[in-house]
Design a protein around this ligand. Structure first.
Ligand SMILES: NC(=O)c1ccc[n+]([C@@H]2O[C@H](COP(=O)([O-])OP(=O)(O)OC[C@H]3O[C@@H](n4cnc5c(N)ncnc54)[C@H](O)[C@@H]3O)[C@@H](O)[C@H]2O)c1
Ligand SMILES: [Zn+2]
Length: 568
């Protein structure tokens, strides 16, 4: 607010010969009431729902290309960024909080500032800017708005031209890959990598730049997932700036520490922080109470206080354990995730679930503690064994199967390139995978309903893992088997079209993943599934496919999930 969209917008539209719409005016027109009246009657959430609806229809306006002025909170709404990016280009009008505060004056007609003193208004604007920063930074163009209207319009037009002139430039291909529909066309050039995915000119190893940013919208706990290549040192610096603290504990495992901790530490230290490295043993068994207590002690040894932070570098094990240690130490200190496995990148590092195992079961103790940021360097995957890559890909395929038919189809043509770590393919796939998890989590942070869909394939997977005692089979492999089983049941229940199971199984098999359950008697599986039932306190919310890209849950007993006569 106060950036000048209502004056710059019409002037830009006139210059481009397009129609202009102001989303606020459109909302008022449709509602037949003023915005303050809508806030009073329906609260901010009512207003936001109207805003998303208005943006959706404006973005698909019959006049074709239009200019839309958006309220500052619009882009933060779940799905709004993707929708806008899929339809056009987003221009951010940038100005200092002080300039904005001066321009909005007494703030009349602005419900978010109503009744505040000048000083409180400035603070509120500052806070809103900080909260919305991850979305604003996702804009295609950022234009300094501290100038006259004509000058600002000139700057926007120049930015738009620069973009179309450079063809499929870095920013553009980023916004394309941010759209819901993955585009094969984003892959150009001899080795299939767009310019943005190749290591660009840099001075030293680890100094690459961000390639894509995926926001996770959780009100005041919002953060961004940033993806890039060969940029560990830059990541360190970015984390240092983000956390702005004196002491950081870097929690990692041996293999990862040796290869990647030095570059990350270099960046962290460059930002002025003192970094202490804590290396925990490899493997899921590390997620135990003793190891947790050891971490707390090490935090004390390093002199961590309430203004310190934790950075986790590694797979899901390090993220879960280190994250839980951060969630509990001094009642919670900030933490940042730097995942280095496919599984952690698209799944474990996002969503704020942290925790440890007990002797009697996995993940029985934990806390929701959202990270301040997630930073992904795809180059770290080069040292990850192919089997681990495929296991992570299972969760990616899961995300596509429950949520995004186009991503699924795209994976059907790119799965080998993904496992071979072709950079443009990996970046795009991870970005989409992260965006799906981020969207689901944003809509259902504490697993009230929607987030359950992420458990697709996990009912049988947990049973398989229990029997294997978590040895010999990777989680993603068990999930692969569980997904094929769940798709089979969905077809048998008449919920998904024939052939859905086969299509899913074919993709998983191409990734080298198993699709058949180990040969054990039905009763063994039944008893293991009954444990899940106990945890859920009733029937099981069994996730079914209604087709590729579309899932739902049905409440079933273990016997309904595994009907009499079922064999692996
Ligand atoms: N919090 C959540 O929402 C969530 C979601 C899914 C899974 N999880 C948890 O995540 C864990 C599984 O995660 P994972 O599959 O990443 O396992 P992991 O952390 O054990 O990593 C797998 C293996 O790869 C090694 N490794 C990691 N990065 C490497 C790299 N770049 N190069 C070479 N080796 C590397 C590790 O040392 C380990 O041996 C489980 O404990 C699971 O419960 C949590
Ligand atoms: Zn899983």
């Amino acid at each position: 607010m106060g950036a000048g969209k209502s004056t710059v917008g019409p002037a830009l539209a006139a210059r481009l010969g397009r129609r202009f719409f102001d989303s606020d005016e459109e909302i008022e027109r449709r509602a037949g009431r003023s915005i303050p009246a809508i806030f009073e009657d329906e609260g901010e959430s009512g207003f936001r729902a109207r805003e998303v609806a208005a943006i959706g229809s404006l973005a698909e306006h019959e006049d074709g290309a239009v200019v839309i002025a958006l309220g500052g909170g619009a882009i933060v709404q779940p799905g709004a960024l993707e929708r806008l990016r899929a339809r056009g280009e987003i221009v951010l009008l940038e100005a200092d909080a002080a300039v904005l505060a001066r321009r909005v004056g007494a703030g009349s007609g602005r419900p978010l500032l109503a009744g505040l003193s000048a000083r409180a208004r400035a603070e509120r604007i500052e806070a809103l800017l900080a909260e919305r920063r991850p979305w604003y930074e996702a804009a295609d163009h950022r234009v300094d708005a501290d100038a006259g209207v004509d000058e600002v319009v000139d700057r926007i037009v120049a930015a738009l031209r620069r973009d179309s002139g450079s063809g499929n430039g870095a920013r553009r291909s980023m916004s394309e890959s941010g759209a819901r529909a993955p585009k094969r066309a984003a892959r150009t050039g001899s080795k299939g990598a767009p310019a943005s995915a190749r290591p660009s000119k840099r001075s030293a190893k680890g100094e690459g730049r961000v390639h894509a940013r995926v926001p996770v919208a959780l009100a005041d706990r919002s953060y961004a997932i940033e993806l890039g290549q060969d940029w560990l040192t830059t990541i360190g610096r970015r984390i240092g700036d983000l956390l702005a603290c004196e002491r950081i504990a870097l929690v990692t495992v041996p293999t990862v520490a040796r290869r990647y901790a030095p570059r990350l530490s270099k960046g962290l230290t460059a930002s002025g922080a003192r970094v202490g490295r804590i290396v925990v043993p490899d493997g899921d068994a590390t997620k135990n109470p003793r190891e947790l207590a050891r971490l707390w002690d090490r935090f004390l040894d390093l002199g961590l206080d309430r203004h310190s932070a934790v950075v986790t570098l590694g797979g899901g094990v390090v993220g879960d354990l280190g994250g839980f240690a951060a969630a509990t130490f001094l009642r919670g200190i900030p933490f940042v995730q730097v995942p280095t496995t496919v599984l952690a990148m698209v799944d474990a590092s996002i969503g704020g679930k942290t925790g440890i195992n007990l002797a009697r079961g996995k993940n029985l103790v934990g806390a929701f503690h959202q990270p301040r940021g997630v930073f992904i360097d795809i180059d770290t995957l080069r040292s990850l064994p192919r089997r681990e890559r495929a296991a992570g890909a299972a969760e990616l395929i899961k995300a596509a199967a429950i949520w995004d038919a186009e991503l699924f189809a795209w994976l059907e043509s790119e799965i080998e390139a993904f496992l071979d770590l072709e950079p443009s393919v990996v970046l795009h796939a991870l970005e989409r995978g992260c965006a799906i998890k981020a969207e689901v989590v944003a809509r259902d942070e504490r697993e009230g309903g929607l987030r359950r869909l992420l458990n697709f394939g996990h009912t049988l997977a947990h049973a398989i893992e229990t029997h294997a005692r978590y040895r010999g089979i990777l989680h993603g492999e068990a999930v692969s088997i569980g997904m094929v089983f769940a798709a089979e049941r969905s077809e048998a229940l008449g919920l998904s079209p024939a052939g859905t199971r086969d299509r899913l199984a074919a993709l998983l098999e191409r990734a080298g993943l198993p699709t058949r359950a180990p040969d054990r008697p039905r009763r063994a599986y039944l008893s293991a599934i009954a444990v899940d039932k106990k945890k859920q306190g009733g029937n099981i919310h069994f996730v079914v496919l209604k087709g590729i890209g579309n899932a739902g849950t049905v409440s079933l007993s273990p016997r309904e999930i595994l009907p009499p006569g079922w064999k692996p």
